[in-house]
Write a protein that binds this ligand. Structure first.
Ligand SMILES: [Zn+2]
Length: 257
């Protein structure tokens, strides 16, 4: 067990003095006391670490290749996405594990204790599933095991190329699953987390209103009742227009309380 003691610490109840935090061998906080005598590793201030609530780890390795500085009317979400599609077609599972471990290490260095991985890259280049459907999920879990960062894995369901249910484009076929295959993949992803610490979490991530059906959107909470549901609600303007045209409403609207 490790003990950290702080003159001042921010607790859920507010600022407190003489705070002792006991941590078990796996890194979990098991006890917090106020007005405790100084003991163990001592510091002036202690703050909870933030969580990175939205990560696509593999994109770390294409950082700097897009989004040029200064006004460039040709640079947009869509040009970024074209390069992202080209880039990810070169990635193999071992690359994804290495990139994921690298960016998780950077998160830890920046002070994050945990991260939610919005995980949508599931299949081989060309869209053929790996023999193990959850191969890439296992790589992400292995990276978290290596770095020690907390993880909430959010396998992404990506079914269509747009709101009208059109087929996925070449760049998107590594992401795609029908509902049955997604359920199988999700089960494999959850199994991949079994060797990680007990505060490891998982949820489900319908990619966006343009990538899943309305019918499936209503089924996730029943299929995965205990986990968070996380989605890209409105990434860019043309998408909002497409949602309005198809469904007659914007993706998000303030309603009466
Ligand atoms: Zn995202």
């Amino acid at each position: 067990m490790n003990t950290v003691w702080a003159e001042t610490a921010l607790l859920p109840t507010g600022w407190a003095s003489g705070v002792r935090v006991d941590i078990d061998a796996s890194g979990l906080i098991i006890d917090v006391k106020q007005d405790a005598p100084a003991v163990g590793e001592q510091t002036s201030f202690l703050l909870p670490s933030p969580a990175n609530a939205h990560s696509h780890a593999f994109q770390r390795a294409m950082s700097g290749l897009t989004e040029q500085r200064g006004p460039n009317p040709k640079d947009s979400f869509w040009t970024w996405r074209q390069l992202m599609f080209r880039f990810l077609n070169r990635l193999k599972p071992q690359h994804i594990q290495a990139i994921t471990a690298f960016v998780q290490m950077e998160m830890l260095e920046a002070g994050y204790a945990t991260n939610a991985e919005f995980h949508y890259l599931h299949h081989q280049p060309g869209g053929i599933p790996y023999d193990n459907l959850a191969e890439i999920s296992e790589r992400i879990a292995a990276a978290a095991d290596q770095t020690g960062i907390g993880l909430c894995l959010l396998p992404v369901h990506y079914e269509f190329g747009g709101c009208d249910g059109r087929a996925l484009t070449t760049g998107q076929i590594r992401f795609g699953n029908d509902m049955d295959r997604f359920n199988a993949l999700h089960s494999g992803a959850v199994s991949a987390l079994s060797s990680l610490p007990k505060d490891t979490g998982y949820g489900v991530a319908p990619h966006s209103l343009r990538a899943v059906s309305a019918e499936n959107l209503q089924s996730y909470s029943a299929l995965f009742p205990t986990g968070p549901i996380h989605m890209h609600l409105a990434e860019q303007v043309p998408e909002v227009g497409e949602v309005q045209k198809q469904w007659g409403a914007r993706p998000c609207r303030m309603g009466p309380r």
